[in-house]
Design a protein around this ligand. Structure first.
Ligand code: ATP
Length: 320
């Protein structure tokens, strides 16, 4: 392939810029022309295509967000929208497309592959980490580290005043941010969309921890299970403890990517271009058991995310 395109789509995630850099520089290494599509599939439909040079991606490896910007695009769900997207690719002679985004963005890539024969490569990027075929997606590690930084600060003040902190993190259907930030911050309790919770049991656990000498508690709640405000209200209604809710919100989407996310971005971006250079499309790249992997993008999209119950049990055992 001599001409490739790339876009970032769906919710932004730290590490997207580092992946853009890796794709552009790898493409140039293989003698390809690389085109960036601004604003995801919306930009593909509206012909927002820019040539990417070696220096177009200078000084972005450390930046959160995405230089190409991102969008959600309903038109891409229609036949006309997809046809227009393909027309834009044809106009620039783009033979393969790298899509950096979450499972929705991968479905767009699958549609271009299945319905129009466009070779696509998916790079998983979503702070929610809700894509089953890969252990980690770009942005997850940075988002969890941002949550940890905030929970550490909350712990200082909650301990001083013997309070309970209810911290809401992102994750509408997937509790990975809550699970990982809960374990790594030493939270006593996590509440995730995958597991129904019982307020009575939670109160018993808090009582037991106080009887064991604890002065404060951290409860991490995923947004898909309940809001921090609502949870704190329910808990406050049944206890005499002082309960304070905090919603971390969009802060966890931004910030400079961690080493882990930058390393993943470099390897995912490079692998994606290596595949296109060999004329291979319709693949999704990822990481499993610390090895960079690739698999059929259609199969990747159809896999249902599973919850790590063993990690959840680990939290239960070490959080008293
Ligand atoms: P995040 O996990 O952060 O939400 P995402 O990539 O899953 O990221 P979505 O909003 O689900 O985000 O999808 C991004 C875009 O992908 C959509 O706005 C739409 O343009 C495109 N897309 C999603 N599903 C399809 C589909 N079935 N066919 C074509 N395009 C799709």
């Amino acid at each position: 392939m001599k001409r490739i395109g790339l876009l970032t789509s769906g919710g932004d995630a730290p590490g997207m810029n580092a992946a853009i850099r890796a794709v552009v520089r790898s493409g140039i290494y293989f003698g390809m022309e690389v085109f960036g599509v601004e604003r995801g599939y919306a930009g593909l439909i509206e012909d927002c295509v820019i040539p990417m040079e070696m220096r177009s991606v200078s000084n972005i490896v450390q930046l959160g967000g995405t230089k190409l910007r991102s969008a959600r695009c309903l038109e891409m769900l229609t036949k006309e929208g997809k046809q227009q997207a393909v027309k834009t690719l044809e106009k620039y002679g783009i033979e393969g497309l790298v899509v950096i985004g979450g499972d929705g963005s991968f479905r767009g890539a699958r549609a271009l592959t299945e319905e129009f024969g466009v070779p696509t490569i998916g790079i998983p990027a979503t702070i929610d980490n809700d894509i089953e075929y890969t252990d980690y997606a770009l942005g997850f590690d940075t988002a969890v580290n941002t949550c940890l930084d905030i929970i550490n600060k909350l712990r200082d003040t909650m301990t001083s005043h013997e309070r309970i902190s209810v911290v809401e993190v992102m994750g509408r259907h997937c509790g990975d941010i809550a699970l990982y930030s809960g374990i790594a911050s030493g939270a006593e309790i996590i509440v995730v969309p995958e597991i129904a919770f019982d307020m009575g049991e939670i109160i018993e656990k808090i009582n037991a921890s106080r009887a064991n000498g604890k002065h404060s508690n951290i409860i991490v709640v995923a947004e898909g299970a309940m809001s921090a405000d609502q949870f704190a209200k329910q808990l406050q209604a049944s206890t005499t403890y002082d309960v304070r809710p905090t919603c971390i919100g969009h802060v966890q989407r931004g910030g400079s990517p961690t080493m882990a996310d930058r390393m993943l971005a470099a390897q995912f971006g490079n692998k994606a271009v290596r595949l296109l250079n060999e004329g291979i499309g319709n693949r999704a790249v990822g990481i499993r058991n610390n090895k960079i992997i690739e698999m059929d993008i259609i199969e990747a999209v159809s896999m249902k995310k599973t919850f790590n119950y063993e990690l959840y049990e680990t939290l239960q055992m070490i959080s008293m």
